[in-house]
Design a protein around this ligand. Structure first.
Ligand SMILES: Cc1cc2nc3c(=O)[nH]c(=O)nc-3n(C[C@H](O)[C@H](O)[C@H](O)COP(=O)(O)OP(=O)(O)OC[C@H]3O[C@@H](n4cnc5c(N)ncnc54)[C@H](O)[C@@H]3O)c2cc1C
Length: 400
């Protein structure tokens, strides 16, 4: 049969766009279906959020030609400092001790999105935008997609459909794939602050009784803040004056960076863990937030999504070389198996961190402090955690 595309990717966010670039040099005909027009996407306020990228993610972004530009705008993370407000436990990690230039990097979502969009324009990938998926049917040999483009609609066929359409995935709903949802009842407030002291590019993760607080370096005297709060408290904080907000933030964080002042608007992101019950369906595979939407506490969501991209691209390239069906059930099952352990581990780590550190219940507070202190003194354990923070827990696949 003839196909309009070999691979159709639904969702042109960071994960879908990265996959298209990773496959851009193969003989595959790739189409991306994206529902929001580019001008609207690049001005969306969500693009201002800073993302902590593991060293392994920077390697993947370099392979697809994105890090060469985006990396010049990113700040390095040279140290990581984890502490528990009101308690003594602390954990410190350092790039120097690990023998690497940086444990990771901080880049805004916008800087990455712009670079992905620029690279896509130079690639043979077709961007079908604005268009959204209205219907799906996977037959034996092809997946049939019904697209809505304004008032018009059209049908396309492909050998494989990749759902990269985010936490509210339409593809997942159309296929009636169940999901496990944990609503943390928390909201992340994201903003930027100017600091009194110059940074040595330390990223701080501070656990408070109401939720974790992350300070990520973006420049010498500028930090991006992700402050997780109970939903009601977050609403009050968002409604408070800039000065009152900055004072409360200072009191929660302390004076590690001197006096802090608000340097950008505050934005709110409600927090949930969403995990699809399966990674694949007939000729369909779910990646990125469409498969797993995580709490940002450990900064793992995009990092995990980029590892989905790298693994899928590597396996598709190999499949293509052998001339085998890229949408075959055996192939998709092998991909799901290859990603399972990383997914389970990151979800378990993120979820237990949120629950362990979002409480002031005395026995747990003592245990986590003892844990932080012990880990700080226990070199092999700390090295493992550093490797994990750098995204080196798994082999980084090579593709193309
Ligand atoms: C406050 C906050 C802080 C974070 N910090 C970090 C961090 O430090 N490190 C980290 O690794 N991760 C972090 N994350 C997570 C990270 O932002 C996400 O994991 C990542 O952006 C997910 O990318 P995605 O492409 O899978 O999904 P999305 O970014 O949601 O993209 C989905 C795309 O699909 C499109 N789409 C949706 N529906 C349709 C449809 N029906 N048809 C066509 N197109 C459609 C959308 O328009 C969008 O462009 C953070 C998240 C938040 C909220």
């Amino acid at each position: 049969m003839t196909y309009d595309y070999d691979v159709l990717i639904v969702g042109g966010g960071l994960v879908g766009g990265s996959l298209a670039l990773a496959l851009g040099n193969t003989a595959l005909r790739i189409g991306i279906i994206e529902s929001i027009a580019e001008e609207k996407r690049i001005t969306s306020s969500a693009g201002e959020r800073a993302l902590a990228l593991a060293w392994g993610s920077a390697q993947i972004l370099e392979q697809i030609g994105v890090w060469q530009g985006a990396g010049t705008k990113a700040a390095p993370i040279r140290h990581i400092h984890v502490s528990d407000r009101g308690h003594f436990g602390k954990l410190r990690m350092s790039a120097e001790r690990e023998g690497v230039p940086a444990l990771g990097y901080v880049a805004t979502a916008r800087a990455l999105e712009e670079e992905v969009a620029a690279r896509l324009k130079q690639s043979p990938v077709s961007l079908i935008c604005p268009a959204s998926v209205a219907g799906l049917k996977a037959g034996g040999e092809a997946v049939h997609v019904c697209l809505r483009m304004g008032t018009a609609s059209t049908n396309l066929t492909a050998k494989l459909l990749v759902a990269a359409d985010g936490g509210n995935s339409t593809v997942r709903k159309l296929l009636e794939i169940g999901q496990t949802v944990r609503d943390y009842g928390q909201t992340a407030i994201v903003t930027e602050v100017a600091t009194g002291k110059s940074s040595d590019y330390t990223a701080y993760e501070r656990f408070t009784p109401v939720g974790p607080l992350a300070f990520l370096p973006v420049a010498k005297k500028r930090y991006s803040v992700v402050w997780t709060q109970k939903a009601d408290d977050a609403a009050d904080l968002l409604a408070s004056s800039e000065l009152a907000f900055a004072e409360k933030l200072q009191s929660a964080f302390g004076y590690w960076l001197g006096k802090i002042a608000l340097a950008s608007r505050r934005q709110a992101f409600p927090l949930k863990l969403i995990r699809a019950e399966r990674m694949t369906d007939e000729r369909v595979v779910l990646i990125g937030n469409a498969m797993h939407q995580l709490h940002p506490v450990a900064g793992q969501g995009l990092n995990l999504g980029l590892r989905d991209v790298a693994m899928l691209a590597e396996m598709l390239s190999a499949r293509l070389e052998f001339g085998e069906d890229i949408g075959g059930r055996d192939f998709l099952e092998r991909y799901a198996l290859a990603r399972q352990a990383d997914l389970d581990r990151v979800i378990r780590f993120t979820d237990s961190t949120v629950r362990l550190f979002s409480t002031d219940f005395a026995p747990l507070a003592v245990a986590r402090n003892a844990g932080l202190l012990a880990l700080d003194r226990f070199l092999p354990g700390k090295r493992l955690l550093s490797q994990y923070a750098m995204g080196l827990g798994d082999r980084i696949p090579r593709f193309g």
